[in-house]
Design a protein around this ligand. Sequence first.
Ligand code: R1P
Ligand code: URA
Length: 359
Amino acid sequence: MAYRPSGEVSKKPSYRGTNGMPRQGDDERTLHVGVTEGDVAQRIVTCGTEERARAVAASFDGGIIEREISSARGFLTLTGNCNGVPVSVVATGMGVAMMDFMVREVVAVLPAVSVSDDDEPTAARALIVRFGTCGSIREDVPAGTVVVCSPGSTMVRRQPDAFCMHGPQACAYHVCNVVPSDGALSRAVEGELKTALGAHSVVAALNVSGCSFYSSQGRQDGSFEDGHELGDPIAMVRAAHPDAASCEMETFHLLDVARCARPYGRAVRASAAAIVVAHRPSGDVLSGETIERLERLGGAAILRALAATPLEMPAAADATAAPTAPAVPRPLAPPTSKAHVVKLSYADLLSGADVNAQV
Ligand code: R1P
Ligand code: URA
């Protein structure tokens, strides 16, 4: 029988002060993810949907979920064991903000980083692997492949400042530098996935996260002005990072917030794998049954990889995978007008100011 916290779990938000992390209830649960000390293991699989979280948790030892926390903000946290090692699965829903809540609130309820006598971190606070779905933007990475982001992830963001009352005035997308994944964890995930699914089904490649499923992933939507004619975001990603294969929405932020956990780059080690459900170059999509099979087998493999990876810091050479993409700043595509930096106010625009006159 799963443990379910009694009483309120984020049902009635209560804020305490305006800074720091809000907690509530007698057992001090975090406001959004709804967890408290003892709820979450230091090895975590995170995914978008509750169904995938349950498919992964089906491979806990004995199929036993020891703790189940469902928050009013849409997070589900399931905790059990894999090969005797405590593991959690956290379903986040979609997007950067949800990933940010998850990593920060889960880290807040985990033990502090272990440090040596001379204050050097010796063991991480958390190992986190995202197990998502994605589109593939590479001809040679078909639907049904599982992409492990061993080289890390970039992100493509829509730039609101490129838009004004008269439509986009400059390229509306920015491609970020690569954030690397944890090398040892990525290798463990890649190895277990290849054993479970066959080597031909698993590819190690750069990931790209879009800030939207639509605009920044280059989908055409006649109902919105997305500025693709001034710069197609997927073409920009491919030009900057020809090896990028998987395209989804959360991995970049996971890797980014993980590296920024204190002490910088040492407290949270992260990686990700994603099932290609849509092959963008050909239009092929995966059937529901195949997705379910890959979720089940892939989820079990990722649990095993996490359980087998020590929390202790790897040797420096193993710490991060060598990025396959250049880590140089990616400038925006050249602006097509002087209106690249939008300084007019909304009121100026409503009163008919000339947007092309601004600097
Ligand atoms: C979009 O359909 C969602 O699917 C992908 C994207 O990252 C986004 O969250 O991942 P999940 O299947 O893990 O949600
Ligand atoms: N998830 C995404 O974000 N994009 C895709 O194309 C498929 C799944």
